[in-house]
Design a binder for this molecule. Structure first.
Ligand SMILES: *[C@@H]1O[C@H](CO)[C@@H](O)[C@H](O)[C@H]1NC(C)=O
Ligand SMILES: *[C@@H]1O[C@H](CO)[C@@H](O)[C@H](O)[C@H]1NC(C)=O
Ligand SMILES: *[C@@H]1O[C@H](CO)[C@@H](O)[C@H](O)[C@H]1NC(C)=O
Ligand SMILES: *[C@@H]1O[C@H](CO)[C@@H](O)[C@H](O)[C@H]1NC(C)=O
Ligand SMILES: *[C@@H]1O[C@H](CO)[C@@H](O)[C@H](O)[C@H]1NC(C)=O
Length: 384
């Protein structure tokens, strides 16, 4: 009896736990999903950087995205340049047979891409079909496992509506192609604004993402939870704060807007930045969050890779502050002020994503970490 009881009790506890998890999520499947799924830990690899894809430590990732390839104006097909072919082939060769294995995706668009062109592609059925077919052709030719769209950003509500049609027809084409070819369907994902409505960018006013199309047709959407503040502001602030009680510009606000808009949490993969932003202070003695700044502290736009920030902090003997309210770090030395993420803030954000029932997280970008330190801490915090 006693032995039996000892055996049965843990099983019951286990079953009750499953029952509780499933039944408590009446409006979504996230608990059940989490129980069954290990989640997405992904990262973009910027083609053309010096960082070789063969150096990627796949212990910390499940999906790697090649960034970026562009569609051509007029033809609407993906542009296949000589360097693009070289990057694509090296990328796939370096990642195809890795242990642990990773899936590879081809990402289309990116921050510097032509938003008007995407608007034109999405605007008619014929344009969409040409574009979609071309993405399938290229992804299969180079043996990618999926495709990703990073349109920054749809300008109008009409663009958003057309984006929903693009997702739908793209998914249907991928599904049909997989069936005909008897191959696993190509994954379909999309990087999106940190917030479900885009209000602060462009001149056309607020427009909202096609949330039902995201639920139905994407494997997941990836809110870019960074670039909140930078040297386009005249005062120091964080690149990617989790919380900001004074504004809507935070990861907490954005992810909740996505969930409130009706996107299921298990369709969302939270963005994390492996870079910070550096300002030149007006007065080195006024060096807190919100201090007046005169411009970027670098000869570019002020963005600085995590590994460069650590180096700067060490070499300049910078003061380092963890803002436990915003969940972000900043450091300052002389007239330089840098807002960024480090291990503890990344860990807190990953736990936050998990507590919301999200599908996972992604990094922008590979090559910016310091000896995989952040990638590893994120992976641990996810519970892998
Ligand atoms: C839960 O998952 C099932 C099976 O995958 C699906 O049919 C159903 O629509 C999902 N329900 C919700 C509320 O997401
Ligand atoms: C962007 O795309 C639009 C629409 O196809 C095209 O007219 C324009 O020339 C493109 N701009 C650039 C810089 O390529
Ligand atoms: C796109 O691919 C489908 C399936 O192979 C084909 O039926 C269709 O004609 C193609 N459309 C264009 C515009 O190439
Ligand atoms: C975020 O989205 C919500 C609706 O989902 C909208 O009301 C709000 O204006 C948006 N905020 C920003 C800063 O874009
Ligand atoms: C920053 O300051 C410049 C010059 O005073 C001003 O033109 C600009 O609007 C300010 N930018 C912001 C975001 O406040």
């Amino acid at each position: 009896m006693a032995v039996q009881k000892i055996i049965i009790t843990p099983i019951l506890v286990f079953l009750v736990t499953i029952f509780f998890n499933v039944s408590s999520s009446s409006s979504s499947n996230n608990s059940q999903y989490q129980f069954l799924n290990h989640g997405v830990r992904s990262a973009y690899w910027p083609a053309g950087d010096d960082f070789s894809p063969s150096l990627i430590d796949t212990n910390y990732f499940t999906h790697i995205l090649l960034a970026f390839i562009q569609p051509e104006p007029i033809s609407f097909k993906l542009e296949i340049t000589k360097s693009g072919i070289k990057w694509g082939q090296n990328f796939i060769k370096a990642l195809r047979h890795r242990s642990p294995p990773v899936k590879t995706l081809l990402s289309i668009g990116g921050g510097g891409s032509n938003s008007t062109l995407f608007s034109e592609i999405a605007s008619t059925k014929q344009n969409r079909e040409i574009f979609i077919n071309s993405t399938i052709e290229v992804a299969r030719k180079y043996r990618f496992d999926g495709v990703d769209l990073d349109w920054e950003f749809p300008e109008t509500q009409q663009d958003m509506f057309n984006l929903g049609l693009l997702y739908e027809e793209w998914y249907n084409a991928l599904f049909a192609e997989a069936k005909v070819r008897r191959k696993p369907r190509l994954l379909l994902t999309s990087a999106v604004y940190y917030n479900s409505t885009v209000r602060l960018i462009g001149k056309h006013g607020p427009r909202s993402y096609p949330t039902q199309a995201i639920n139905k047709y994407l494997d997941w959407a990836s809110p870019m939870c960074f670039d909140y503040h930078g040297t386009w502001d005249n005062n120091t602030d964080f690149n990617a704060a989790l919380y900001d009680s004074k504004s809507e510009i935070s990861t907490n606000f954005g992810l909740h807007s996505w969930i409130k808009s009706g996107v299921r949490p298990e369709k969302l993969v939270m963005g994390l930045a492996l870079y910070g932003r550096a300002w030149e202070l007006k007065d080195p003695n006024v060096n807190g969050v919100g201090a007046e700044a005169v411009g970027p502290a670098t000869d570019t736009d002020g963005s600085m890779n995590y590994n460069e920030i650590l180096k700067f902090n060490k070499q300049s003997g910078a003061n380092v502050v963890y803002d436990k309210v915003a969940i972000s770090f900043y450091s300052y030395a002389g007239t330089t002020w840098i807002g960024y993420d480090d291990g503890p803030s990344i860990t807190t954000k990953v736990r936050f994503a998990k507590s919301l029932g999200l599908k996972g997280y992604f990094f922008w970008a590979l090559g910016k970490d310091k000896d995989w330190s952040i990638s590893k801490q994120a992976s641990n915090a996810w519970g892998h």
